[in-house]
Design a protein around this ligand. Structure first.
Ligand SMILES: *Cc1c(COP(=O)(O)O)cnc(C)c1O
Length: 393
């Protein structure tokens, strides 16, 4: 007979989920109340305001979709696209490919702008695509490509989109709460994120936000949104207008306590401080990696602080190293995907996990496992290099 499940206590430094802040775990265990309880409605209003802070937006339609990041992605595409529409989709990693799938499943045509895995979205190619496709309805791109550790210039991409009059759609699953992101100032029309990356909440919720221009597009559709569950016209009545709330689905009550706590933590620390902390922890980690004789494969100008793509040294089996880190150190890091499979490790420094402790633990553990596997390196140099960065900060 199965007994209670007690997971091991891991340090999560992969591509997500990230280490969950204990404050959030505590919030999750608070008593469940009804989803139309006035106290719960007050919580929903606070979550909305906190998400507006996190996204830097005044968008009225800002809420967490009751499902993971991929559902937020789907919500954006199914609401904005109709059969026969055309969407320019940038792909420089795994998640651009998932956007393409969504566009096709909406009966729309994707126009792909392809870039090498490990590089940022190329602005010139995007401008070319916008010029050649004056009938395109949207431009969609991934701000922080978690599959490769690359940051694209969302501000300039959004500006280009606006210059050509298309809706600007951004995947911010890994960027929200990790790097600067300004929905209103940059003119983003629709954006989705995830709870389990830099917000350090549990997986299963996807914050989204739509500009008034996007809401206009949703309200004036000629066909019904193909997904009943993700139809924003219906969800707006549940999360939106404070005058009346009509039942749509039962909100995930306790997970929303967790998201609320995560966003309170974000606001307490302050967005600029949070971004600064990620940049700083990345700097220390990168110094350690280089001192070990390893390389970060992404150009410094487009490196994501919260997701570090570390090149696997020639001749090493990356899977053995990851398995050893997990079994000996309870430390999880990620593997490469697609064309980078076997070539990189993906080390997350996300949210609560973007800490000095995690950086030093990971560098020390990685060094020791690599030495065990036969790599010759200067023992102790990695932690020392990281500590020098901390001393200088
Ligand atoms: C993790 C991730 C997603 C998918 O989110 P899930 O919560 O796993 O569904 C989408 N886009 C990017 C960039 C991601 O990192």
């Amino acid at each position: 007979m199965p007994s209670s499940f007690h997971p091991p206590v891991r340090t999560l430094m992969g591509p997500g989920p990230s280490d969950v802040n204990p404050r959030i775990l505590e919030a999750l265990s608070r008593p469940t109340i009804g989803h139309l309880d006035p106290e719960f409605i007050r919580l929903m209003d606070e979550i909305k305001a906190l998400l507006q802070y996190a996204f830097k937006t005044n968008n009225e339609l800002t809420l967490p979709v009751s499902a993971p990041g991929s559902a937020g992605m789907e919500a954006v595409f199914v609401n904005l696209l109709e059969r026969g529409d055309k969407a320019i989709v940038c792909q420089n990693g795994a998640f651009g490919g998932r956007m393409k799938e969504n566009v096709e499943r909406c009966g729309a045509t994707p126009v792909m702008v392809m870039d090498e895995w490990g590089t940022a979205v190329d602005l010139d190619k995007v401008e070319q695509a916008l010029k050649s496709n004056p009938d395109a309805k949207m431009l969609a791109f991934v701000h922080a490509e978690t599959s490769t550790g690359v940051l694209s210039d969302a501000q300039r991409l959004a500006a280009l989109g606006h210059q050509y009059g298309v809706l600007v759609v951004v995947d911010a699953v890994t960027s929200l709460g990790g790097v600067p992101l300004e929905v209103d100032a940059w003119g983003i029309d629709a954006i989705y994120s995830g709870s389990q990356k830099c917000l350090s909440c549990i997986p299963g919720l996807s914050p989204v936000s739509f500009s008034s221009r996007a809401v206009e597009v949703i309200r004036s559709r000629t066909s019904k949104v193909q997904s009943w569950f993700l139809d924003m016209n219906l969800i707006m009545d549940y999360w939106g207008g404070s005058t009346r709330r009509s039942y749509h689905h039962t909100a995930p009550i306790n997970p929303l306590y967790g998201l609320h706590e995560a966003l309170v933590c974000l606001q307490e620390e302050g967005l600029p401080q949070v971004w600064q902390r990620h940049a700083m922890q990345h700097k220390a980690f990168a110094a350690g990696i280089e001192a070990m004789g390893l390389k970060l494969i992404v150009d410094p100008l487009s490196r994501l602080p919260q997701l570090n793509a570390v090149g696997v040294p020639e001749g090493f089996d990356e899977a053995v190293v990851r398995a050893t880190l997990l079994s000996q150190y309870d430390l999880e890091i990620g593997a490469g995907l697609g064309s980078l499979a076997g070539k990189i490790w993906r080390v997350g420094l996300m949210g609560y996990g973007a800490s000095q402790k995690n950086v030093l633990v990971c560098l020390g553990a990685l060094e020791s496992v690599l030495v065990e596997q036969g790599l010759s390196l200067d023992r102790g140099a990695a932690v020392q290099a990281a500590n020098e960065i901390y001393r200088g900060a």
